[in-house]
Design a protein around this ligand. Structure first.
Ligand SMILES: Cc1cc2nc3c(=O)[nH]c(=O)nc-3n(C[C@H](O)[C@H](O)[C@H](O)COP(=O)(O)OP(=O)(O)OC[C@H]3O[C@@H](n4cnc5c(N)ncnc54)[C@H](O)[C@@H]3O)c2cc1C
Length: 431
């Protein structure tokens, strides 16, 4: 996703953009090996959806025509915290609940239509080509997947969007540069996903049921309709700190039954499974602090999960890739992008979402890390806000806007929101 979004803006400034991938991406309509996480629930947040539509006008209509049913991020999704649904309202923020393969396919098809973008597929990127003094990157060494045919692609600019397994830190060390400092938040998370054909209609007109993990109820789930099928759903169960949803069908069902929201288990109890449960483990969120380096080779940039891999339960990664692609566009407007200023700029974009997700993770007692006063106060306030939002759709809205990266998290602390939280904390409520 980061590579596709970057190609969109690079194509406006360079004569030729080559997207290298180890998979046969242009044939891929479903799951593929290079993106094993693509089998699991993926939703693009409101801000990411807005950027996609701006960069690829009409893409939402394309996805709708392909069977994706859009709706409102607030009113059409059942968000639960600690077993309680936060009160729905209308946010005006568009939710387009495509699976990862469907979303990626539509973005890729748009990028394929850009005449100066080509795809070099079935190639492993082995390393960088550099000038003799290693001060400038001049291309990438790639090899065909069958092990033959190593070649060097020469380029004016190389962008690493190879995801969280990025080898740039190791390549920097080989070239005599420091590796970026890394921040890790060990969450011991796993997603286990299964698809079903339902014999009932638990969603009605809603798009999804999302019990979000909280310190009191750390097990979570994403339950939503598959595009083009009213009776088929994708269910990803999530468990943190080693409490992983099992892959055997009985264990998977038992985990679903243990959720604080009964309707998911009730829906799958008698449904027809379409496959076996598959697990994806995510040990830690990783932020590579490229902006803290003082030396960096010219003509190399890093973006997307390669720069920062966020805990997926907060669904920020694709939206951040989209936001970073706009930052890349801004830098390209001034000529050849300089690495360290680019990293400082995307670092500023990453700060808030990272603080939001890493801070929330530190609310789980088993997650290691320093709980500063800011983190503790922030978590205590958000927990109160979620409790108050059960009665107040304006707070649901505020929360959805911050989680969707439309508003900064500081917006939750606006006086009007704080007043609402306070009022619901002290006044008795009827439900
Ligand atoms: C379980 C899970 C659920 C998630 N859910 C969400 C969600 O709901 N919402 C959200 O916004 N984000 C979600 N994310 C995060 C999201 O997947 C990423 O942030 C997003 O895809 C951006 O990643 P990327 O493009 O940088 O890397 P990736 O998606 O990992 O893509 C990397 C690409 O590089 C290729 N590649 C890698 N190494 C090489 C190599 N050496 N040679 C050639 N090609 C190579 C791969 O084939 C792949 O195509 C989730 C992540 C996980 C793990």
């Amino acid at each position: 996703m980061a590579g596709l979004l970057a190609a969109r803006v690079l194509a406006d400034r360079f004569a030729e953009v080559v997207l290298v991938d180890r998979d046969a991406v242009t044939e891929a309509k479903g799951y593929r090996r290079g993106v094993p996480h693509g089998r699991h629930a993926h939703g693009i947040m409101a801000k990411g959806q807005q950027i996609l539509e701006a960069q690829f006008p009409g893409i939402t209509a394309d996805m709708t025509a392909a069977g994706v049913r859009p709706g409102d991020f607030n009113g059409d999704i059942r968000w639960y915290f600690n077993g309680k649904r936060i009160r729905p309202g209308h946010s005006g923020l568009l939710c387009v609940p495509a699976t990862r393969p469907v979303l990626e396919y539509h973005v890729r098809e748009r990028v394929r239509r850009i005449p100066n973008v080509t795809f070099l597929e079935g190639r492993d990127i082995l390393g960088l080509a550099t000038t003799a003094d290693n001060t400038r990157v001049s291309g990438a060494r790639v090899r065909e997947r069958d092990g033959t045919g190593v070649e060097t692609l020469h380029a004016d600019l190389v962008l690493d969007t190879t995801g969280r397994g990025s080898r740039t830190p190791a390549w920097l060390a080989e070239m005599g540069y420091a590796r970026p400092p890394e921040e890790r938040v060990k969450v011991g998370l796993a997603y286990t996903t299964r698809h079903y054909r339902l014999d009932c209609d638990p969603l009605g007109s809603d798009l999804a049921i999302v019990p979000a993990p909280t310190p009191a109820f750390p097990r979570g789930a994403f339950f939503y309709q598959l595009p083009g099928h009213t009776d088929r759903i994708e269910l990803s169960l999530t468990g943190m700190l080693g409490d992983h949803p099992p892959t055997d069908p009985e264990g998977f069902h038992a985990f679903a039954k243990s959720l604080p929201v009964p309707e998911i288990y009730q829906a799958i109890r008698t449904a027809e499974p379409l496959d076996d449960p598959v697990m994806f483990q995510y040990p830690a969120s990783v932020r590579r602090r490229y902006e803290r380096l003082t030396r960096f080779p010219d003509r190399l940039l890093v973006m997307g999960d390669a720069a920062c891999s966020f805990n997926p339960i907060y669904a920020q990664g694709m939206t951040m890739a989209a936001i970073e692609s706009l930052k890349l566009r801004d830098h390209l407007a001034h000529g050849m992008p300089q690495a360290l200023p680019f990293f400082r700029d995307i670092g500023r974009d990453i700060d808030n979402p990272w603080a939001l997700s890493a801070g929330a993770d530190l609310g789980f007692p088993g997650v290691d890390g320093k709980r500063t006063l800011k983190v503790r106060l922030g978590n205590a306030y958000v927990a109160r806000l979620q409790r108050a939002a059960v009665h107040d759709s304006a707070l649901t809205d505020a929360f959805i806007r911050a989680a969707g990266l439309v508003d900064p998290p500081q917006a939750l602390m606006r006086p009007a929101n704080m007043l609402r939280v306070f009022r619901h904390s002290v006044l008795p409520t009827s439900n």
